[in-house]
Design a protein around this ligand. Structure first.
Ligand SMILES: *[C@@H]1O[C@H](CO)[C@@H](O)[C@H](O)[C@H]1NC(C)=O
Length: 334
């Protein structure tokens, strides 16, 4: 069975105990058999999901995934992060907005869900993955235990994904982002611009970008040591790369890889596709945000899913969800 997340088909499935905002729940038919909202088994660690670009917090795909997880871990409480309660507005907020402001809202949202107060595991899909990592580094209250990120852009993207021909919202955002990705306007208003990291324009990126440079502590003068302390409190950071990913450029960003910056004009042509892997990244080597500490403690796992971006097969998600989600409070995680 394959679920396609990010296709943003809105939505006709019943929710089985998925935690949703009050307004959001009203838009969605609740099935008779649905568990009461907020139902949770006390000793199972809850789960938080953050959807990807083009998707919304209660799309058919997200609801289906939440239900599949409940099949693996009965009684687990699942909360799906939303920026807007209205589904179309939430989808739009994946393209347009200021990530720092969205994170403030999300931190308040998570702190307000009583079931999450003792901490939780989290799964981020695509851009939701680096946003959840930012939550860990900047807030982490309540704390994340295991963080799984599927096809995320931890070292940014060096190009923007192509849009489906009929996806107008995507096309407008892409065009705006490409035309001036490092302009102050784009950096405040276009989500993808806030993790656009072009190795051929690193000085422009360092100057203009406030989000990704911050969570990766890439600017020596403004390293925030809280980020490293918080990241190191994770039990596991599970980084999942899609082997055939053609949406995320380069796909190795899911594993903190990036294209090597060209050293000179001559080399550019031949070397520009070379990947700097996580353990050779300057911010890893200097441990500016705690990634190396976590890795040395055995807490960084590099996993693969076979397939295109966000085409998650059961073979791929099920063992990971079994291993890293649904643990009991007080028990050690793998
Ligand atoms: C560092 O990050 C923490 C957590 O987000 C924040 O409270 C603090 O103000 C930041 N420090 C500086 C100097 O920006």
């Amino acid at each position: 069975m394959r679920i396609f997340l990010g296709l943003a088909t809105v939505l006709a499935l019943p929710i089985h105990g998925l935690s949703l905002p009050a307004g959001g729940a009203q838009q969605i038919p609740l099935s008779n058999t649905a568990l009461p909202l907020g139902y949770a088994s006390d000793d199972v660690r809850p789960l938080v999901l953050w959807h990807g670009l083009g998707d919304s917090y209660a799309s058919a795909g997200m609801l289906e995934f939440a239900n599949l997880i409940k099949g693996v871990h009965p009684g687990i409480f699942v909360h799906s992060i939303y920026i807007e309660e209205n589904l179309e507005a939430d989808q739009r907020a994946g393209f347009y907005g200021n990530v720092e402001e969205q994170l403030l809202d999300v931190a308040a949202q998570l702190a307000g869900v009583p079931e999450l107060s003792r901490g939780f595991d989290a799964i981020g899909f695509s851009q939701g993955g680096q946003f959840l990592r930012a939550y860990v580094e900047k807030f982490n209250d309540p704390p994340i235990n295991n963080l799984l990120t599927f096809g995320s852009q931890h070292m940014g993207v060096a190009d923007l994904p192509l849009c489906r021909p009929t996806d107008f919202m995507c096309q407008v955002a892409r065009k705006a982002a490409r035309s001036g990705v490092y302009s102050p306007w784009a950096q405040k208003n276009l989500i993808q611009a806030q993790y656009y990291r072009d190795p051929e324009q690193l000085p422009a990126y360092y100057t203009a970008n406030k989000f990704l440079t911050s969570i990766n502590n890439e600017i020596p003068e403004s390293v925030n040591e809280t980020y490293a302390r918080n990241l190191a409190t994770l039990s596991n950071l599970v980084l999942i790369l899609f082997t055939e990913d053609k949406t995320v450029v380069p796909k190795e960003s899911a594993w903190f890889g990036s294209f090597a910056p060209p050293e000179d004009e001559l080399e550019e042509a031949t070397r520009s596709k070379e990947i700097v892997p996580m353990r050779l990244q300057p911010t890893y080597l200097t441990d500016t945000f705690g990634l190396r500490t976590l890795d040395k403690a055995g807490g960084v796992l590099l996993e693969t899913c076979i397939g295109e971006h966000m085409q998650i097969t059961e073979d791929c998600w099920e063992p990971l969800v079994r291993r890293f989600v649904g643990g009991k409070f007080g028990e050690n995680t793998p």
